[in-house]
Design a protein around this ligand. Structure first.
Ligand code: ST9
Ligand code: ZN
Ligand code: ZN
Length: 332
């Protein structure tokens, strides 16, 4: 594995060595930022409140339609869940936000298409918000600051205007790697069309065309229900995994190890580890355990489509556990 060692801007001398392997330094916590005095007004975005409510009503209707869906449609729904989840986990998160491995062009194209199926903002915007989340975690400059409570971290942050510090700090991030990636920029240019096609039309039309499923079931089950479940599984990483769980690697930060979240988010709930070592491609010490995304990236490496997976050494983990862990560490 080859690294381009980047000087870590982190302030804690203790963790400087831990992030010397990082390829982007802008996902490392910066404790020089000081929140401004006073609370800015909470400005509701009614369009989003209405659309998110309608989405969840449509998803509930999809739940009611589940008994009338054919087994093939249910299997297709699971396939759509897995593909769209990978577009977020292996794509927007581990590849584009953290640069924790390298992906060939065909894999990047697949991940960008899968990402549009997940409809969670385009990759550029997602990665920019995510880097600012790591760098200013749980401050006013964090888009889904978990100190503002479960609801805000889960969905509330998408229903109000952003705190001005999110935008101010986000504008200073180093994003040249994203701007230089033609796949990322192509997806951004054609985002709306790609979402309509991949998040809604494709999931609905495949069951209708290939095995005669009704368009209604196709629209509400692999369409809206799957979309809403993937969204909520993702949001649980920001809410539940910042609130409930152990902190074996760093007890001074809020993100936690939460196996339930890891299960639903195909490997992304080991959040205390991930915020401690954001450049690790597995986002967990334990490889593929509860971590289908790591299994997928390993498969891509085996097929020659991915390389340079970054990993933290056991010695570095143990040293960190002894220095900052909460005492709950289990090595397996
Ligand atoms: C969704 C995203 O759900 C989910 C992300 C979750 C992340 C999870 C991370 C956890 C770890 C990974 C786990 C993965 C697990 C996956 C499991 C799968 C099973 N920096 O945005 P605007 C600029 S999306 C720099 O309008 P407002 C911006 O460029 C769901 N600049 O802010 C613009 O400038 P200009 C569907 C920034 O007005 C200006 O500011 N989508 C930044 O405050 C205004 O931008 C939605 O629901 C930044 N960070 O509105 C849509 N941010 O004008 C949601 C902004 O120059 N979004 N700027 O271009 C919105 O409607 C709005 O963004 C808003 C805020 C209402 C929330
Ligand atoms: Zn991350
Ligand atoms: Zn987090």
């Amino acid at each position: 594995t080859s690294f381009i060692p980047t000087p870590c801007p982190s302030i804690l001398p203790l963790i400087t060595t831990d992030c010397a392997m990082a390829e982007t330094a802008d996902d490392v916590f910066d404790d020089t930022y000081k929140e401004k005095e006073g609370k800015p007004p909470m400005m509701f975005v009614w369009r989003n409140i209405i659309l998110m409510s309608l989405l969840h009503i449509a998803a509930l209707y999809g739940l009611l339609l589940l008994p009338s869906a054919s087994p093939l449609t249910l299997a297709w729904t699971a396939v759509c869940y897995f593909i769209s989840a990978l577009g977020v986990t292996a794509g927007a998160h581990r590849l584009w936000s953290h640069r924790s491995y390298k992906a060939s062009l065909p894999l990047r194209v697949f991940l960008a298409l899968a990402n549009s199926m997940a409809f969670q903002n385009d990759i550029y915007e997602w990665a920019r918000d995510h880097r600012v989340h790591h760098k200013y975690s749980e401050t006013d400059a964090d888009p889904h600051n978990a100190k503002r409570g479960f609801f805000f971290a889960h969905i509330g942050w998408l229903l109000v205007r952003k705190h001005p510090d999110v935008i101010e700090k986000g504008r200073k991030l180093e994003l040249s790697d994203l701007k230089a990636d033609q796949v990322v920029m192509f997806q951004r240019r054609h985002y709306k069309l790609s979402v309509v096609t991949l998040c809604f039309l494709l999931p609905m039309l495949v069951p209708w065309y290939f095995w005669g499923e009704s368009l209604t079931v196709g629209y509400f089950v692999p369409g809206f229900l799957r979309y809403a479940v993937v969204l909520n599984a993702t949001w649980l990483v920001n809410s539940a995994a910042h609130i409930w769980g152990n902190r074996p690697y760093d007890k001074t930060i809020n993100p936690r190890e939460n196996p339930m979240v890891a299960f639903s988010a195909i490997g992304e709930g080991f959040h205390n580890y991930h915020h401690t070592f954001p450049f690790d491609y597995a986002t967990s010490e334990f490889g593929c355990k509860l971590n289908l995304t790591t299994a997928f990236i390993d498969l891509m490496c085996f097929m020659g489509l991915a390389t340079d997976c970054k990993r933290v050494s056991k010695e570095m983990i143990i040293a960190r556990v002894q220095r900052t862990g909460d005492g709950s560490y289990k090595s397996g």
